[in-house]
Design a protein around this ligand. Structure first.
Ligand SMILES: Cc1ncc(COP(=O)(O)O)c(C=O)c1O
Length: 270
């Protein structure tokens, strides 16, 4: 659920009613819950005066458990958790920890990392923090729009998605337009983005590539790392690459691993 996209409380309540009727649990991926709560506060009627903390609590009240990759909204370098409301489910999950990490008392996360996470969660729901965090993303997106760069609208809470099919219309999907754009941005100014197109989509069971409708490049912004000046450099670099887009040629894949090719494949310029 959610998967990084803003949800509405109305939608969640409807989902809760549906899953209750069919006796299905909701396990919430709450990795970006503070950002989602911010959008609910900004956009959903009746939530304007509620705090981020209250909205996060309300979201969680409609679920049976949650997973959290804490290096996102919880503001830490590493770690995460699974939280559930039912004791039996908790015991089952705790037994699985033995298989993956050793007994739950051995580690996984060190005490100091858990302490940092607790502080991170508290700070993540602060109004100033979340406004500045999402504001920085919107600043970058607005600047890119000013340079006429084709981005996906509306701008979300954690990054900007550039439409590589519109940016590089002369490069066919066989030559990986989004991957090409990601490589060009890196060459131009060391800006590291992520391909979300044909490379990420992978192959079908019969070995053919999936050709998704969207070829996007994700500019994901870490929290509390960059200044507004860094955002300027990123937008200017994207504009620089945009200006020379007609000269850009596609890529060919020269190494493709069996799994996770979007992280590990290698390419050469055509
Ligand atoms: C909503 C959401 N859940 C989970 C993950 C992945 O977390 P991890 O990198 O810890 O596997 C991401 C990564 O961007 C995410 O956006």
């Amino acid at each position: 659920m959610a998967g990084g996209q803003p949800i509405s409380m109305k939608n969640l309540k409807e989902l809760r009613a549906f899953t209750k009727k069919h006796k299905i649990r909701i396990i919430h991926d709450m990795t970006r819950v503070a950002e989602n709560a911010y959008f609910i506060q900004q956009k959903e009627k009746g939530y304007e005066k509620k705090s981020i903390k209250e909205i996060v609590k309300e979201i969680n009240s409609y679920t049976d458990g949650a997973t959290m990759s804490a290096k996102k909204d919880a503001l830490v370098n590493i770690g995460g958790f699974l939280a559930v409301n039912e004791w039996d489910v908790f015991e089952e999950a705790r037994n699985m920890v033995v298989v993956y990490e050793g007994l739950h008392t051995y580690g996984g996360l060190a005490g100091r990392d858990m302490e940092a996470m607790a502080i991170g969660i508290t700070e993540s729901v602060s109004a100033d923090h979340i406004r500045a965090r999402v504001g920085q993303v919107i600043y970058l997106g607005t600047k890119m729009m000013d340079y006429n760069i084709p981005i996906v609208k509306p701008i979300g809470g954690h990054g900007i998605f550039v439409d590589a099919k519109k940016f590089l219309p002369h490069i066919s999907q066989e030559n990986f337009p989004a991957q090409t754009l990601a490589a060009e941005l890196y060459l131009d100014a060391g800006v590291r983005t992520m391909e979300r197109g044909v490379v990420s989509a992978g192959r079908k069971a019969n070995g053919e590539n999936y050709y998704p409708k969207l070829e996007l490049v994700r500019f994901t912004i870490p929290r509390r790392v960059y200044t507004q000046a860094h955002m300027d450099v990123i937008a200017e670099s994207a504009a620089h690459v945009y200006d020379s887009r007609k000269k850009i040629k596609g890529l060919k894949m020269v190494y493709e691993p069996k799994y996770l090719r979007f992280f590990q494949a290698r390419f050469e310029q055509l």
